[in-house]
Ligand binder design. Sequence first.
Ligand SMILES: Cc1cc2nc3c(=O)[nH]c(=O)nc-3n(C[C@H](O)[C@H](O)[C@H](O)COP(=O)(O)O)c2cc1C
Length: 357
Amino acid sequence: MVKFSGYSLISSFTPFHSVILKKQRRFSALDLYSNNSTKSRRTLSVFANKHQLRNIKTHTEMGVEQYRPPLFSVAPMMDWTDNHYRTVARIISKHAWLYTEMLAAETIVHQQGDLDRFLAFSPEQHPIVLQIGGNNLDNIAKATRLANSYGYDEINLNCGCPSPRVAGHGCFGVRLMLDPKFVGEAMSVIAANTDVPVSVKCRIGLDDHDSYNELCDFIYKVSSLSPTKHFIIHSRKALLNGISPADNRRIPPLKYEYYYALLRDFPDLRFTINGGINCVDEVNAALREGAHGVMVGRAAYNNLWNTLAHVDTAIYGAPSSGLTRRQVLEQYQVYGDAVLGTYGNGRPNIRDLIKVH
Ligand SMILES: Cc1cc2nc3c(=O)[nH]c(=O)nc-3n(C[C@H](O)[C@H](O)[C@H](O)COP(=O)(O)O)c2cc1C
């Protein structure tokens, strides 16, 4: 494991203030990357041969400094950030980036006859990111290729889901954090099969693998073995002791100090902060603290209007749509009338369409 012994953290959390002790750095992640880049490229070319990749892009070729993550994004949320939610979210905010729910690579591969149901979205939903989950490189490659024709703006790999179905039986999601080499391989496979940027969403650790050094080891290995430059950090660890996914978003404490330390220690990468951010004022506070991007989950769903209606003006400095809530609902009704029953078997029905708050 790479030791990041030159770095230290203050363990208690102070929201969006300077939480990092700035010690003299003994070496930087960039130094480590440079030292190992030849080896990384060699590893990638082995993958290229094995998985018939069309195009391996290294950090150097892509130009790290060109990539800017979204200032504001709505988190991927299973059963929540579906087409219906994203439609109403986009009516309210033109600038927020929208993430899909996680789609397992296997689902995409095995539903080839019915892909629109899983992958289609209306052009208004751009910018939109597809999140995939999986642990099989061939399926990840195929799923990425199948998704290409839909025109997503970025592909994200889920390395944060603690659900027993995913992390337990499925052995992907947050469990992948224990195997950064595999994640590096998976990200290389994704990048080689798409032309859009790629990113990883992860936690700060899991169970007793929760030290800052281990997180750095993960980030360092994934970023040097693949073209990944953007990491979304859900700033709490996951507990795989059988607690529910909902409790896993509540019980492990938020440790934003890990996030801000990554900003300092990996200046060549981009990081989006996620977890416990509840309103646009808190988003802007995080951006002022230096966050490259902020991702909001539950607040953007449970408090849709109060969160998203301020994003374009308060975060992007763009004009407001000027729509009233009534006008938003009227536009959503037009969408609802058009899609009712189109998935077959009466779905989506009214209930599916109005669960959006
Ligand atoms: C209902 C629900 C479903 C979720 N599904 C996913 C998912 O599919 N992929 C993922 O990476 N995270 C998922 N998450 C986690 C969120 O993306 C986010 O990391 C988490 O809610 C913390 O952000 P928040 O405090 O702003 O809600 C889900 C969260 C919720 C509430």
